[in-house]
Design a protein around this ligand. Structure first.
Ligand code: G3H
Length: 496
């Protein structure tokens, strides 16, 4: 159970502690932040409301801890990461329980998130020892006008303190996708978890403590965004920010100083369906891609652009599958569970009502109880409807019927987002041309968008983000290149 057994030291009374300087602590504010269970809509957990002074202390210890961590042999860093991964997987049950209660993630998916996170940490360790175990050796006489008098040795060195801010939908997995690369590369890490998802994150961080990471190297600070959000992201002690979330990321990017940023800010992933597509395959992928975790994934299919001649047939197939989705509490492992908050449910409802008023066809009756919204397919959506462009982050999916592939590509590219997209066709030549024309970070051919496997590059263009993620790219992003040049008095040629 969450907060018991090895995790009993992370909670005092009913309030979870924050983690700093290798210890679980109570905030001097004496205040807490409540975490509302999306299903019951009652307070489930409480976490510390940390102060700006506590943020300052965390930054100081992170800076000190990083200096000696950067001198810790790479193989030892990897060994500790492997240990943390094993401990995390061993304690998957209480962490998954917190995910079910805080973010209404279906029970099985919650366990999968924790296991995937352990695998991700281990992969970071493996990838890091190889990637960072190599540098480059350059000689000067390849550039015009030079003789071979200069040898340049390059290596990748840590950035310093990395600030990681994951979102509510994968609080554990998207936290470790930042923690693993940062630590293997020799950085220290300050984690600011989302309020919903904070308790799962605190448990996950404790697994790093149990693995024996040095004190101060990892910290987890909880609290109100209004109190410590800007203070953290604009803190002079931060040397890199890795953020996943919504348009808050745009504000962070504008306010951050001269530091590397890794930003993933959502998408409006289009699914383009051609006449020759295998419609059963498309329908299965629309269900998985559009309705997994109730559509609360940045990579969810968020608009279907289907050629008119096969639209009726596709809509019928999707409708039949939607009818089979189970709707209810995450504890029962239902397919569709309550969305994260009342404000999110209200926003989704606003998009649905706008589409209704403007004449979209409802393939199911719109139904909502509290934060629980039944899955809904909206056919005959037109570009003047908000849902054609906005990201619902819920189980409602618009279908736009198109007269040509060009129309589909045009709609995809007119979006301010550009995370992923997908195209369904049996003609690989057409698929490649469409993929090249789509202005998105990734295009999936004959499958729904997805971030994983976690070592694949993952990036958005336009408002979807800055930089590329995936394990290898994240390790590279969280390092900088250092060169040493050896200057020789006379040209020297090996064996020359
Ligand atoms: O919500 C954003 C996540 O990065 C999506 O990850 O494709 O594994 O669901 P996923």
């Amino acid at each position: 159970m969450a907060g018991t057994g090895v995790f009993s030291e992370i909670i005092e009374g009913e309030v979870y502690k924050y983690y700093a300087d290798g210890e679980w602590k109570l905030s001097s504010s004496g205040k807490s932040v409540s975490i509302v269970n999306p299903t019951t809509r009652k307070t489930q957990y409480k976490v510390q409301a940390c102060t700006q002074e506590e943020v300052n202390k965390v930054m100081e210890t992170a800076k000190v801890a990083q200096k000696s961590w950067a001198k810790t042999p790479l193989w030892k860093r990897a060994e500790l990461l492997h240990k943390a991964a094993a401990i995390l997987k061993e304690h998957k049950a209480p962490i998954a329980e917190a995910l079910v209660k805080e973010i209404a993630k279906p029970a099985k998916d919650a366990v999968t998130e924790v296991v995937r996170s352990g695998d991700l940490i281990s992969y970071c360790a493996e990838e890091g020892v190889r990637l960072l175990g190599q540098g480059a050796f350059l000689v000067s006489d390849s550039f015009p006008g030079n003789e071979r008098t200069k040898y340049c040795l390059t290596s990748k060195i840590p950035l310093g303190v990395v600030l990681a801010i994951p979102p509510f939908n994968y609080p554990v997995n998207l936290a470790v996708s930042k923690i693993g690369p940062a630590l293997i590369a020799g950085n220290s890490l300050v984690l600011k978890p989302p309020t919903q998802g904070a308790v799962a994150c605190l448990h996950m961080v404790h697994c790093f403590q149990l693995a024996g990471f040095p004190k101060g190297l990892i910290s987890c600070i909880t609290g109100k965004g209004s109190e410590i959000g800007d203070f953290l992201t604009m803190h002079p002690g931060v040397n890199c920010i890795s953020f996943t979330g919504g348009d808050t990321g745009v504000a962070i990017s504008k306010k951050a100083g001269m530091i590397p940023l890794q930003m993933e800010l959502g998408g409006k992933d289009a699914c383009i369906v051609l006449e020759d597509a295998d419609l059963d395959l498309v329908a299965a992928n629309i269900i998985k891609g559009g309705f997994s975790y109730s559509g609360q994934r940045c990579t969810a299919v968020k608009v279907i652009l289907v050629i008119e001649s096969v639209a009726d047939s596709l809509v019928e197939k999707v409708k039949a599958k939607v009818a089979k989705l189970t709707v209810g509490p995450p504890e029962d492992d239902c397919d569709i569970t309550p969305v994260v908050s009342e404000s999110s449910a209200n926003f989704i409802e606003g998009l649905v009502m706008d589409a209704k008023q403007k004449g979209a066809t409802f393939c199911q009756e719109y139904k909502r109880e509290g934060n629980l919204i039944w899955p809904l397919l909206l056919d005959h959506v037109r570009p003047d409807m908000r849902i054609a462009w906005e990201e619902p982050f819920g189980p409602v999916l618009p279908v736009i019927r198109i007269g040509s592939v060009e129309e589909g590509i045009h709609h995809c590219n007119a979006s301010n987002f550009g995370l992923q997209g997908c195209v369904f066709t049996k003609d690989i030549n057409k698929a490649m041309l469409i993929s090249d024309a789509m202005e998105t970070g990734t295009v999936q051919i004959n499958s729904a968008p997805a971030r994983g496997p976690d070592h694949f590059p993952f990036q958005g263009i336009k408002d979807s983000g800055i930089g590329s993620q995936g394990i290898t790219n994240s390790i590279n992003m969280m390092t900088k290149v250092k060169s040493t040049v050896i200057n020789l008095p006379t040209p020297s040629y090996t064996m020359g």
